[in-house]
Ligand binder design. Structure first.
Ligand SMILES: *Cc1c(COP(=O)(O)O)cnc(C)c1O
Length: 343
């Protein structure tokens, strides 16, 4: 039997008295607001934002079919990643486990919080090393990070394997689904209720086209979300970001996703036929990991080409020797990339 999730929460956070904002104490929308020392003259941003982003969460709740109480909105996924460490880990004492290669922020957030990060290499074919991940866990381990679809390897893991980790790991499993809208492998969101120790991270930055707004999402049990809300900065998502997200969340993105997916296939095939390319890995995301003959030289060639194409050199990452990471662009951008590759 697993422990109750509160067992994993840092004792000082369990005891924390959260800052109560003026907007927490009076929640109505109408009236004369003389409670927050704001400038009363309206310019669109003179009032503090809703600390709980209620309108945004109502929209997200409908889109994701998750109750509002199970949703956290942060200043990018990076805020949610940092909160995982601040809520669950004791600096200098706790440890965390993550797959490798993966998103760099897990390691940075661990280091900032003085938490030992144990990186477990993916299998050679980029599949999930379930037993190795579980063997890296000991008494001090509070968090485990699995990114699916994974950045930079671009593959999604089997949902049955992620569930196995959730069931067998005695701690908090963080599943980063930043690229889930491009994957056909399925999300952990639909089984969140079964797993009180799982946090699903998603973001509005990728498929939802709002990277500039800095809005990351976390989905978890009410208990976990309530501690995230206590520890976050009170006004973590600003007025303009909330308004713009509410507007853009009304848009249907399925047509854009279809274009990106068909372009992903077209790019993958065309790149595979390029003389500089050794291999294009199968992708469940909106980018391709491409093994080439000379990554640095090709990176430079594309950058200095007439179209000035900027890709990401991932060749220094483990298991990614010789690899570039290429985002799927618009059809016109992809045409240009291919034209420059063929030169
Ligand atoms: C891009 C990305 C994110 C999103 O980060 P934001 O801070 O929400 O923009 C999260 N996780 C992974 C793996 C990513 O590649």
């Amino acid at each position: 039997m697993k422990k109750d999730v509160t067992f994993y929460i840092r004792p000082n956070i369990l005891a924390l008295e959260a800052y109560s904002t003026a907007r927490d104490e009076y929640k109505g929308e109408m009236g004369i607001f003389l409670d927050a020392n704001e400038n009363p003259f309206d310019n669109g941003v003179n009032r503090y934002p809703d600390p709980m982003q209620k309108k945004m969460k109502a929209l997200l709740s409908r889109i994701k079919a998750v109750p509002v109480e199970n949703i956290f909105v942060g200043n990018g996924s990076d805020e949610a990643i940092d909160l995982c460490f601040r809520v669950f880990c004791e600096p200098g004492k706790s440890s965390a486990v993550a797959i490798c290669p993966s998103y760099g922020m897990y390691k940075v957030a661990a280091a900032m919080n003085d938490i030992e990060m144990r990186e477990v290499l993916l299998n050679e074919d980029f599949s999930l090393p379930v037993e190795k991940l579980l063997s890296a866990v000991d008494e001090s381990t509070r968090l485990m990070f699995v990114c699916s679809p994974n950045n930079p390897t671009s593959n999604a893991f089997e949902i049955s394997e992620i569930r196995m980790l959730a069931e067998r790991f005695d701690g908090i499993l963080v599943v980063d689904e930043a690229y889930i809208d491009f994957s056909s492998k399925g999300s952990m969101l639909s089984c969140l209720e079964q797993y009180p120790n799982v946090i699903v991270l998603q973001t509005l930055s990728k498929a939802r086209a709002m990277a500039g707004l800095r809005t990351g999402l976390a989905f978890a049990s009410q208990t976990i979300i309530s501690y995230f809300n206590r520890v976050k900065y009170p006004y973590n998502v600003n007025v303009l970001a909330q308004q713009k997200a509410e507007e853009l969340l009304q848009n249907d993105i399925s047509a854009q996703i279809s274009v990106i997916l068909s372009e992903r296939n077209r790019l993958s095939e065309a790149l595979s036929a390029c003389p500089d390319v050794i291999k294009v890995y199968p992708s469940d995301a909106n980018f391709l990991l491409v093994k080439v003959k000379d990554a640095r030289a090709l990176y430079k060639k594309l950058l200095e080409s007439e179209a000035k194409v900027i890709v990401r050199d991932r060749s220094s990452q483990r298991l990614c020797a010789g690899c570039l990471r290429i985002t799927v662009g618009t059809p016109e951008e992809n045409d240009k990339l291919l034209e420059m590759m063929q030169k």
